[in-house]
Write a protein that binds this ligand. Structure first.
Ligand SMILES: *Cc1c(COP(=O)(O)O)cnc(C)c1O
Length: 375
């Protein structure tokens, strides 16, 4: 018996603690990828763990049509933190499902079918989200997908204005592209996209599956850009490692959502994890900490790597280092020689998405390792 989708790495991870994970022989690794941004508070976080344990001892699951205190609390927590006037919450189990719901809601609320997405964008791997994802390698074997998707160059306001019209149901964008190489959009592009979607009566969806939960230096990247979209989707960091996704909506979307559902929507255990995660991030002002450490880390990386890399870019603790050669070789050496785990974003970008709780000490550790590998 064996799995077949993932090619497994030669490190058997057995335990985690804060920004570190340990293999089965006790070797310590600094987890600068946070396993795809999924543990913003670090591994094995006490508040999340005890919230989950408490909930497990009371009730593991009940169908979503019965109100449960912990899920109601999560609805409120998320509605409170979302930029106004977003106040309605749909819960699911992953990023692609959160986007799938957003695309369906955009179609049902507008009665239109056309969708607009961006080149290099990534929105997930179920048929709908996949159709709005750029890379043809991910799509080709499964075509035909849902159709009626137009792609525009990222950060190109003119192209966006041309693509959005009275037939557009929705526009889906990442405020900072993750998979596509850590590409931050300008605030002007996001604001302009807001204007043209509003004029056309189309729904604006911010895919914050990767940028959300404080990653870019504020709880939602939307708030930072001064744009209030019609929907925000979240997942990766939301349950600090437990599988939960959310589609946050304005009223006009929620009132015309059509007929969507999911059996496990907002299960009590997962809701407890998400509540503890969001509350800790807000109470401990993690986003502004991420902004500060991120700025320090980018500065140190630029100083240490200089002309040996093409660019160090990003926002908060969502950082891309364009190494200008095979990123996978750099990543392998970082892991095997320096015990630093990071991620690729395309072929030439080393992507850092550490727990948002890291300090300058961990930042220095990764800078030293990257300097040794790259310069
Ligand atoms: C990872 C990701 C997704 C897909 O999330 P899954 O939980 O893997 O389905 C969607 N959008 C963005 C921006 C992502 O980074």
């Amino acid at each position: 018996m064996s799995g077949f989708v993932f090619s497994e790495k030669p490190i058997q991870i057995a335990e985690g603690d804060g920004p570190y994970v340990y293999d089965d022989s006790g070797t310590e690794y600094l987890d600068m990828g946070a396993s795809y941004a999924c543990v913003p508070l670090g591994h094995d976080h006490d508040a999340v763990k005890s919230a989950v344990q408490d909930q497990l001892s009371k009730l593991t699951y009940v169908q979503a049509s019965y109100p449960v205190e912990v899920r109601t609390a999560l609805y409120e927590t998320l509605a409170d933190t979302a930029p106004d006037p977003i106040g309605k919450v749909w819960l699911c189990n992953s990023g692609t499902e959160a986007n799938e719901a957003a695309l369906k809601f955009a179609r049902s609320a507008t009665g239109r079918s056309k969708l607009v997405a961006t080149m290099q964008g990534f929105h997930g791997r179920t048929m709908g989200s996949l159709a709005t994802t750029w890379k043809s390698k991910y799509k080709k074997p499964y075509e035909p997908l849902i159709g009626d998707v137009e792609f525009v160059p990222y950060d190109d306001s003119e192209a966006m204005a041309e693509a959005v019209d009275e037939e557009t149901a929705g526009v889906i964008i990442e405020p900072v592209q993750g998979e596509g190489g850590i590409n931050p959009a300008s605030a002007e592009f996001l604001q302009h996209t807001r204007e043209v979607t509003e004029q056309a009566g189309a729904a604006l969806i911010f895919d914050e599956v990767q940028t959300g939960m404080g990653r870019t230096g504020s709880l939602w990247a939307a708030a930072e850009s001064g744009v209030s979209p019609d929907m925000i989707t979240a997942a990766k960091g939301l349950g600090n490692g437990l599988p939960v996704g959310a589609t946050l909506c304005r009223d006009w979307i929620a009132e015309n959502y059509g007929s969507h559902a999911s059996t496990f929507s907002g299960g009590p255990v997962i809701s407890a994890a998400a509540n503890a995660t969001v509350e800790t991030i807000v109470e401990e002002e993690i986003p502004s900490h991420a902004a500060d450490v991120g700025e320090y880390l980018r500065g140190q990386l630029r100083d240490a790597l200089g002309d040996d890399v093409r660019e160090v870019r990003g926002e908060g603790l969502m950082i891309g280092v364009e190494v200008g050669r095979g990123a996978n070789r750099v990543l392998k050496e970082l892991a095997m020689t320096h015990q630093v785990l990071a991620l690729p974003a395309g072929r030439t970008v080393v992507r850092l998405l550490p727990p948002l709780t890291i300090g300058e000490q961990e930042a220095d550790q990764v800078v030293e390792a990257m300097e040794a590998v790259i310069t």
